[in-house]
Design a protein around this ligand. Structure first.
Ligand code: PSV
Ligand code: MN
Length: 384
């Protein structure tokens, strides 16, 4: 398949919460014109897809995107040329979850948390979403606060019950995070823990790599490569980690890391939608305007992918075989140092798109329109 064909097929999912007022735990700088409802988040996601051509799905977060009729929401999305993607569960914002959710020492709190996960699968049945994304804020702040091993047992039990409820075409995607909100230990701190649980559960359970959830200096492409080999990589949450959490625009600060990740994806022939890896963004935009930030993020992923597709695999394999360290590294660097923007402009023209989606957005007047129309949007929070 040609580089252009591969790029034409690429799919990047945007998160509903990135369109809303979100920020850090210190301050959310509210913006005018942000969506007040899940419907308006979909309107914005549809604009991003219309301009980029590669962002046809939007992930929901429950309860932030709770509506009375999910079938209607899915139809609304379809009418605007997009579809609903992964359902992100949320068992971290209720007072009951102070000591954890599925790992909580009290069985009734665990039951409530599992109930929410099962409810998310009910929602998937209505939206047609295939992926249930699980991230648990569970963890401990102090040594001795709870029994680490018992919490793993509780986690395994909750995951099992949720797994059993999945439909034939549905998956469970387990996300790990080294730190925050618990700072002594979290209950799914790393890819190894997530992998071990997914392995025990079965083939419908896979790992999510949120690029912001590692210790600084972690070699994320190693994790990508390992999980791909084991058929346990389900999805990415892309972002740059320069807040304590994740959330800044992917590829903005370390485009080389993103290139290295996409190189592993291309090597494994896992870019095509049929390979089943969901490439999602998980970001929030506190300082920068949201829709252009999401467009820029999509373009950053596209550029890193184009460079990864340009790697001369034959030359690389030969150099590796010959033990030619500089030659092998050079094969990667040649691709990374190629300016792929002309190729992407050409591709967009062929796809009937504006070659410069950022400029097209500025010219569209949409930013001004939503400020006029969405009165009170600045008061809407993550959950609108
Ligand atoms: C947690 O930090 C996380 O990465 C999970 O994916 C959550 O669902 C998301 O952020 C919410 O912002
Ligand atoms: Mn995430």
């Amino acid at each position: 398949m040609s580089v252009k064909d591969a790029l034409r097929e690429q799919r990047i999912e945007t998160p509903s919460w990135a369109y809303a007022n979100s920020g850090t735990r210190f301050k959310v700088f509210a913006q005018q014109g942000v969506p007040r409802t899940p419907y308006e988040k979909i309107d914005d996601a549809a604009v991003v897809h219309r301009l980029t051509g590669v962002a046809p799905t939007v992930a929901l977060h429950i309860p932030w995107d709770k509506v009375d009729d999910y079938g209607k929401l899915a139809e609304y999305a379809r009418d605007r040329g997009v579809a609903l993607g992964a359902i992100n569960s949320n068992v971290f914002q209720d007072d009951d979850y102070k000591l954890g959710s599925v790992c909580h020492p009290n069985a009734s709190v665990r039951r409530k948390a599992i109930g929410h996960l099962l409810e998310c699968i009910d929602i998937m049945d209505q939206t047609g979403s295939q992926d249930l994304k699980l991230w648990f804020a569970d963890g401990l702040n102090y040594p001795g606060q709870d029994n680490i091993r018992a919490r793993q047992d509780r986690l395994a039990e909750a995951l099992r019950e949720t797994y059993e409820r999945l439909g034939a075409d549905q998956r469970m995607l387990l996300e790990y995070k080294l730190f925050e909100p618990a700072f002594y230990t979290t209950d799914v701190p790393d890819w190894g823990t997530a992998y071990a649980h997914c392995l025990q559960l079965g083939e419908k359970a896979q790992v999510v790599i949120d690029t912001g959830h590692h210790a600084p200096g972690t070699n994320i492409e190693f994790i990508v490569s390992f999980l791909l080999r084991a058929n346990k990589l389900g999805a990415f949450d892309f972002n740059s980690r320069f807040y304590a959490d994740d959330d800044l625009m992917v590829g903005s600060a370390d485009p080389f890391q993103l290139f290295r990740i996409m190189h592993e994806i291309v090597l494994a022939d896992a870019l095509k939608p049929a390979a089943g890896i969901a490439f999602m963004l998980d970001q929030c935009h506190n300082l920068e305007p949201k829709i252009p930030a999401i467009i820029r993020s999509v373009l950053n992923v596209q550029e890193a992918t184009a460079k990864a597709l340009l790697v001369d695999h034959e030359a690389l394999a030969q150099a590796q075989q010959d033990g030619d360290v500089l030659g092998a590294n050079g094969a990667l660097m040649d691709a990374y140092n190629t300016d792929v923007r002309p190729l992407l402009r050409e591709l967009r023209e062929e796809m009937g798109l504006d070659p410069d989606p950022m400029a097209a957005y500025r010219r569209s007047g949409y930013a001004e329109q939503i400020v006029r129309e969405r009165v009170g949007g600045e008061a809407a929070g993550w959950g609108a």
